[in-house]
Design a protein around this ligand. Sequence first.
Ligand code: URP
Ligand code: ZN
Ligand code: ZN
Ligand code: ZN
Length: 483
Amino acid sequence: ATYDLAIRGGTVATGQGAIRCDIGIRDGRIAALAESIPEAARVLDATGLLVIPGGVDSHCHIAQAEANGTRHEESFATASHSAFLGGTTSVVTFIPHVKGSALAPHVADAEAQASRESMMDYAFHQIIADPTEAVLAEIPGLVAKGIRSLKVFLTYEPLHLSDGEFLKVLLAARRNGCLVTVHCENFDAISWRTQALLDAGLTAPKYHAWSRPPVVEREATHRAIALAELVDQPIQVFHVSCAEAAEEIARAQARGLKVWGETCPQYLTLTAADMDRPGFEGAKWMCSPSPRDAAEQGRIWEMIQRGTLGVVSSDHCGFSYEGEAGKAMNGRDAVFRDIPNGIPGLAARMPILFSEGVAKGRIGLDEFVALTSANAARLMGLYPRKGAILPGSDADLVLWDPTRTQTLTNAMMGHAIDYTPFEGLEVTGWPVATLRRGEIVMQDGKVQAEPGSGRFLPRGLYDYIRPTGRLANGFDAAPWPVA
Ligand code: URP
Ligand code: ZN
Ligand code: ZN
Ligand code: ZN
């Protein structure tokens, strides 16, 4: 047969309109889009379904080794299972870094974890916790491997960087042709407020939100953008939770800066009130930045609709509620400062965005495709291999039932974490089959793929992260590599 697989009868949502056509797949790639694909070894019937690009989740913490010697419970195997259930086929995960150490051992560990267990295709962001000369000298080696994005934190102890350290990372990124992704919250402001809350006896999980109000996110976002502008280095601001931070991004974009913003389903569906429960229970909703309130959710939707926030990632960072490595690792009476931050959301990401976005009329199908796959693929240098339904693209596809309704439960998430913060949320729209490079890896809630079958996605130099060339006084301290 001419094709290994044909998907027949579906409505194909390309991200640039939706059309009724068949898709012919050969050697793991999309080989043809046609009114009819008659000859194929195998056929999938997509009648009544949408066919969309497999999700690209560009912000997930998987099997991440922590400075305290623990490793996140979510392995690449369980994460892949969860991802396929929710329609995601590619991820960008983190290589950790600990102050005083070289990057290389962390890189080797992350590569070993992913290559052994991942069923999803994957790329890496390298965290920089300590931009010493020696650490920065390792970046060309990362780039040679195809790792093209750096992640920095402006908060968290001991990850947070000073302005001077952040500038060093921005300059190294520019010199090497990398994207810089930034966690924007003001460390000193949060530290002061946290101590003041604890001193006042306000220690329960809900005070996590009180410790980091929107102003600390807005300030750090403004500062990150200003320093990136000074260096002329493209950045992506991670997990934007409030309109005042998003407005900083909108202003930067209006000035022509290469500044992009990401948000997550938690900032569209959860609120700080979710953490306000008796005892320790509220820890299940604890993530940073904190979920806000219903009015803020509405403003985040507006910033999505305006195009300011172009990527919706999960920031999947799971800690089980029970168990030694979980939310209660420091005891069930731990003060909020000592509870690990992060929530799981790999499987829930696309169903929530479809339901809250497309089914409720806030966004169209093109925007859904852009927000869940195409824009992340573009920004990470993976497009059009990923995030597109074009001849030559990898055949990462999801057959999506736009009318199926479900109530989310933890069992449906298929992850290693013992709860979902989205338990009980009603969604309309659900993935019924997921294909990764032409292979059916999920059908009707059953995942079938080989651990280790996921491929590393090396990234070359790409135009999206080319600096604007606008430098104060025309002085270029860190020339961009010319391909
Ligand atoms: O609470 C969160 N988001 N934890 C994950 C680490 C991060 O800040 O992205
Ligand atoms: Zn410190
Ligand atoms: Zn973060
Ligand atoms: Zn994160």
